[in-house]
Ligand binder design. Structure first.
Ligand code: ADP
Length: 466
């Protein structure tokens, strides 16, 4: 088996423990351990005139290479084009989309810098797997330097429909960049359709069965690889939490009340204001839930360097205060709003004790919290997942109660129905969800993508009449 090379913005260092590193980081580290490999990313440091050579160290069978970036380029790349242009665009938030040529150029310079540093470390038969929207141009830059081996790209966030995608001034260049990969992985079939439609209607490319695409002289494949979680790890953590000191503290604090939980990075794509408003609406419409249901919204602060995120934080603080001010009793606070991170074991305990899992993003590539909530449930007495139809996970989790996150009253109604849902229906719905979460794990996702990348090039015959 050839060597695997993974490129991502942040690299989970070998010292980061599994309980703290995300499921993806752990799975990628395992894949590198199995195949032997190189993990290439940003060192987290900036320096004027940074060197073209990364800091390299080994841990077991994995080599880590961390590159330092120029501070202006790093800002233009990360807070600028990646999170100021691509993130809102791909989450259908055109109102938040900003585009500046200097940031687009900074984004490309960072990708060139990455390619220059990575190329000398590559062997011709390496398999390179690039992660996420920070590095779309990386394959094109590596090809310019002469790398002819296999390169795959996985886009962790949604791919927007052509009407939305065309708002990005650099749309054509970006799709041309994609064509330098051999395999482009997206989260859902809907995302695949969106990109294929753009390619056939706007970019004048051709499409053959299996998602094989021809764009100018390039041939590549586009397919859906819905990402999963480490289901076993969540089950183990959730089971271990039963009767633990933490669980007892949680139960004591709830005093026999039902718990509704939300866990989302503090990001405008997550629909947090509408979710909090829906909880307020539940208490407003159905007074029988007052003093009986507590909501816990965990929302770790994210991307504080981007203005929209700071504004969202203020908005949520105001909303949370308003809901508590309106409905709290001297012995009950309706909404617990927390901005801090938690260990996976603590999250698993909270999920397991929550009758409702509220996952209501306005748009989400997949949403792993939805899957984690399912995995952590007690099969005998499972909670109900209320899930936005605009999360990629909605494609798979047919047992969830699907909601439109723009419909605050509809979400309140769904929460009310779920709170009184009979146990048989809760079990049936959970079983359907668990079947998907259990089988489509992060490990299977990793193996499938790598397998398809290895085999992608053999499928590039294309239409015979062209
Ligand atoms: P995104 O990738 O957009 O943040 P996902 O729902 O796909 O959304 O993944 C979020 C991940 O971050 C989940 O694995 C979740 O458990 C984790 N997470 C979210 N909030 C916290 C927190 N407060 N502490 C620890 N982990 C968290």
């Amino acid at each position: 088996m050839a060597r695997l090379v993974i490129v991502s913005n942040r690299v989970a260092s070998p010292r980061e423990r599994a309980a703290k590193a995300g499921g993806l980081a752990v799975a990628l580290r395992e894949a590198l351990g199995t195949h032997g490999g190189l993990w290439f990313g940003w060192s987290g440091e900036t320096q004027v005139n940074p060197p073209d050579t990364p800091k390299v160290f080994r841990s077991g069978r994995v080599t880590y290479a961390l590159l330092t970036l120029d501070p202006d380029d790093q800002r233009a790349h990360y807070a600028g084009y990646a999170n100021g242009s691509l993130w809102p665009l791909c989450h259908y938030r055109l109102g938040a989309l900003s585009f500046r040529r200097a940031e687009w150029e900074g984004y490309r310079r960072v990708n060139e810098h990455f390619a220059r540093a990575l190329f000398p470390m590559l062997r011709p038969d390496d398999i390179v797997w690039v992660h996420d929207y920070h590095f779309i141009p990386l394959a094109a830059e590596l090809r310019k330097l002469g790398f002819g081996g296999r390169i795959g790209y996985f886009h962790h966030i949604p791919w927007p429909t052509p009407e939305v995608f065309l708002s990005l001034p650099s749309h054509a260049a970006l799709v041309n960049d994609l064509s330098h990969y051999d395999l482009v992985g997206l989260q859902t079939e809907q995302d695949v359709r969106a990109l294929l439609t753009y390619i056939s209607s706007e970019a004048r490319g051709w499409i053959a069965p299996g998602g094989v695409v021809g764009l100018r002289e390039r041939r590549f494949r586009i397919a859906a690889f819905p990402i999963g979680i480490d289901a076993d790890a969540f089950v183990t953590d959730a089971q271990a939490s039963v009767g633990s000191e933490e669980e007892q503290r949680l139960a004591a604090s709830l005093g026999g009340r039902q718990l509704a939980v939300g866990v989302d990075r503090l990001d405008y794509s997550k629909g947090l204001p509408s979710k909090l408003a829906a909880f307020g609406e539940l208490l407003n419409r159905y007074p029988e839930h007052r003093s009986k249901v507590t909501m816990m919204q965990i929302a770790p602060v994210s991307r504080g360097e981007v203005a929209e995120y700071r504004a969202l934080r203020r908005e949520l603080e105001e909303l949370a205060g308003a809901i508590n001010g309106e409905y709290a009793e001297f012995d009950w606070v309706p909404l617990r709003y927390l901005n801090r991170p938690f260990q996976r074991a603590t999250l698993a305990a909270i999920y397991r004790n929550a009758r409702l899992g509220l996952v209501t993003p306005l748009r989400d590539g997949m949403n792993l919290v939805a899957k984690e909530y399912v995995a952590a449930q007690n099969p005998d007495d499972p909670g109900v997942l209320i899930l936005s139809r605009f999360a990629g996970a909605a494609d798979e989790l047919s047992g969830a109660v699907l909601v439109n996150p723009y419909d605050v009253e509809g979400m309140a109604e769904a929460a009310h129905a779920a709170l009184s849902m009979p146990i048989e229906e809760r079990r049936e719905r959970w079983q359907a969800n668990w079947e998907k979460v259990r089988t489509n794990t992060i490990h299977r996702w990793c193996e499938t993508f790598i397998h398809e990348l290895v085999n992608a090039v053999d499928q590039f015959d294309g239409p015979s009449d062209l």
